[in-house]
Design a protein around this ligand. Structure first.
Ligand SMILES: [Zn+2]
Length: 117
């Protein structure tokens, strides 16, 4: 039995088309371009976008109703947070969208690389 076979008892297969995956196929399947692995930044991006939506909900509800002024944080910081709340919402959501877009671009470029190979 060849040693190379022993060191890799099971070839990885694409869950979509069952083609054997070469070792360098990490992100996309070279046969059907199925996305094998979701970049961590995509997951982080989704979390941030959900957080942004949650913050947007808080903003609609009224950040001054959160009880930030009840003493859990310094009044100045609470007022600053309330004053800059729209910025916070846009910032968190924008960061999430950016991370998700970066992940999508990563997959897109890997697909292009595989298609060109
Ligand atoms: Zn495949």
């Amino acid at each position: 039995m060849p040693a190379a076979f022993l060191s890799r008892p099971m070839a990885r297969r694409c869950p979509e088309c069952y083609a054997e995956l070469p070792d360098d196929a990490i992100w996309v399947c070279p046969t059907c371009q199925y996305t094998l692995r979701t970049p961590g930044s995509a997951k982080a991006g989704i979390v941030f976008m959900l957080l942004g939506l949650a913050l947007l909900g808080v903003f609609v509800y009224g950040p001054e109703n959160l009880g930030l002024n009840s003493g859990i944080m310094p009044t100045e910081l609470a007022n600053l947070t309330i004053a800059n709340f729209p910025l916070l919402v846009v910032g968190v959501f924008g960061l999430g969208a950016f991370l998700a877009a970066a992940a999508a671009l990563k997959i897109r470029s890997e697909q292009a690389r595989v298609a060109a190979a």
